[in-house]
Design a protein around this ligand. Structure first.
Ligand code: HEC
Length: 258
């Protein structure tokens, strides 16, 4: 059957719709609404990724695993020698070939939290770095919740605000609480939260702590990315150089033909 004009048009529309969705979906990850924070990860900043790895091991690995990543790979990519890796980052194992597992017993944690803390290796790709950043920034006091806190981008989250000592405790500012629906989607105007009890870190330091952690999680979701990008740039440079050479060679070879 020969494709008709209408069929081609239909096909083109479907492709366009799919492309629009693919571009729009990360920005709308929180149930079709904009997130309260935007975050551009920088996995090329090795110092930040290293700090993030330490944050993760100290504050998250008690409950969450990163079972697709091995300690050895982490040490290699981040330039951490084996003795430092063992002393500072390896709490659940002493073999660098091991995957990063958590100390949390799976079945028991379901009873404690209502569900098992998920593996976080691919979290930053699954939800997007902005979502993870927003999640860690927006735990707030909510006395109606069993653990006393709630989360703006994951309402009813069963994870406790494990970083409260660092961030302090915040409540939704009145304008936001009154404007419930809009606030839940970060659309209300004015400051979202008020700090009611100070943490060990200043708000700026806490932002940096979260940024480092999300940089690490973004690295973990795609450990080969930096290498791939650097090879990609070299390949493109080579192709440009080669095209220029090819052009001059062609001119040289064909100059007597015309
Ligand atoms: C005390 C255990 C515990 C600790 C420690 C902990 N979490 Fe969680 N976390 C959970 C539980 C339980 C959930 C499931 C929440 C839900 O879906 O209601 C969760 C969910 C998450 C999610 C959302 C997963 C999703 O896509 O739904 C992210 C992201 C996350 N945790 C990141 C972290 C980070 C980063 C740290 C360290 C700073 C951390 N967690 C520390 C228990 C913990």
């Amino acid at each position: 059957m020969k494709p008709t004009k209408a069929m081609l048009k239909n096909c083109l529309h479907t492709l366009l719709a799919a492309a629009t969705l693919a571009i729009a979906s990360p920005a709308l990850a929180a149930g079709g609404h904009a997130l309260p924070y935007a975050f551009e990860p920088d996995t090329g900043n090795t110092a930040s990724v290293r700090r993030g790895a330490a944050n993760f091991m100290n504050y998250c690995s008690g409950c969450h695993s990163m079972r697709h990543l091995r300690y050895g790979r982490l040490g290699q990519d981040l330039g951490i020698p084996e003795n430092l890796l063992k002393a500072n980052l390896m709490f659940t194992s002493d073999k660098v070939g091991d995957h990063i597992l958590s100390a949390m017993p799976g079945e028991a944690s379901k009873t404690w939290f209502g569900q098992q803390p998920p593996d976080l290796t691919l979290e930053s790709r699954y939800r997007g770095p902005d979502w993870v950043y927003s999640y860690l920034m927006t735990f707030y006091v909510d006395p109606t919740r069993p653990l006393g806190t709630n989360n703006l981008v994951l309402p009813g989250a069963s994870m406790p605000h494990v970083l409260w000592e660092l961030q302090g405790l915040q409540v939704q500012s009145e304008a936001h609480a009154a404007d419930g629906e809009a606030a839940a989607h970060g659309e209300a105007h004015g400051p979202q939260f008020e700090l009611v009890s100070k943490g060990k870190l200043t708000p700026k330091e806490y932002e940096k702590f979260v940024a480092d952690t999300v940089n690490f999680m973004t690295y973990a979701a795609e450990p080969g990315r930096e290498h791939r990008v650097s090879v990609g740039i070299k390949v493109v440079l080579f192709l440009i150089l080669f095209s220029v050479l090819a052009y001059f060679m062609k001119r040289e070879w064909w100059k007597d033909v015309h």
